[in-house]
Ligand binder design. Structure first.
Ligand SMILES: *[C@@H]1O[C@H](CO)[C@@H](O)[C@H](O)[C@H]1NC(C)=O
Ligand SMILES: *[C@@H]1O[C@H](CO)[C@@H](O)[C@H](O)[C@H]1NC(C)=O
Ligand SMILES: *[C@@H]1O[C@H](CO)[C@@H](O)[C@H](O)[C@H]1NC(C)=O
Length: 225
């Protein structure tokens, strides 16, 4: 993609669906952390944030389960307890996908009912076992009307699965969010995000002047509309 880096900065994080508790909050201040960025988790000034995204978990292209690569497992395991030391209230989300992810595998999974169940079950299992408060899907990007519709189905069913899991586990429901294209349309008005299941939030970038080292710096303020 020609403008990969600027697109990444323009990704908007949305929270699914509209009536989640924090969409009523005045501001969501989120930032993504990447293991390859040379910025230690312990250096994240977590008091600046309401939500921190640990990126990325992967979709296995043959089983459609979500996995964390062996080299990332130790750091991802430590992510939530480490950022909670300075800010016990910060919410952490495991982000799945990313610019380097296999978008064909994501598209297949979203369009296949059995694969979706594997995705839900494995993503929730990882979030719980690693102590994350939620899950974030970074699918760059659904490329057709069908893929957008499948994305909508995925989100709808994921929400149901999360609610069922919360009842069964007795824990608060996992937070769901997605990073989406900066426009409600991807490349054409015919390729529109499923606005019946997602809510778009306007945002501004945080001036992360105090943490510009490494790749930790994709901060943004997501505002309620
Ligand atoms: C991407 O996913 C597709 C569909 O699951 C699979 O056939 C293909 O081998 C994957 N590519 C890579 C590089 O893993
Ligand atoms: C995943 O599915 C298995 C088998 O149905 C179930 O025992 C387990 O609790 C599920 N995990 C989650 C996180 O829903
Ligand atoms: C960075 O640090 C300066 C000085 O401590 C402070 O005034 C400023 O608000 C900080 N920036 C952010 C984004 O928090």
């Amino acid at each position: 993609m020609a403008h990969q880096s600027s697109l990444l900065l323009l990704l908007i994080t949305i929270f699914l669906p509209l009536h989640l508790p924090f969409s009523a909050a005045a501001n969501v201040r989120g930032g993504y952390w990447f293991p390859g960025g040379g910025f230690p988790i312990s250096a994240i000034e977590s008091t600046l944030f309401t939500h921190l995204f640990c990126a990325f978990a992967d979709l296995d292209p043959s089983t459609y389960g979500v996995t964390i690569s062996p080299e990332n497992q130790p750091q991802f395991w430590n992510f939530t307890p480490t950022v909670a030391k300075r800010n016990p209230l910060v919410k952490t989300l495991l982000s799945i996908g990313g610019a380097g992810a296999n978008s064909s595998a994501l598209a297949y999974m979203a369009g296949n009912p059995t694969a979706r169940q594997v995705f839900f079950n494995s993503s929730m299992g990882l979030a719980r076992s690693y102590g994350f408060d939620g899950l974030d899907l970074d699918w760059e990007f659904p490329r057709s009307g069908k893929e957008m519709a499948d994305f909508g189905t995925l989100v709808d069913e994921w929400r149901v699965a999360v609610n069922v899991e919360a009842v069964r586990s007795g824990k608060p429901p996992l937070i769901l969010s997605a990073a989406v294209y900066y426009s409600p349309f991807y490349s054409s008005p015919l390729v529109a995000y499923p606005t019946q299941v997602i809510s778009f939030c306007s945002f501004e970038h945080l001036p992360l002047t105090n943490c510009t080292k490494g790749s930790f710096g994709l901060g943004k303020v997501v505002k309620d509309l």
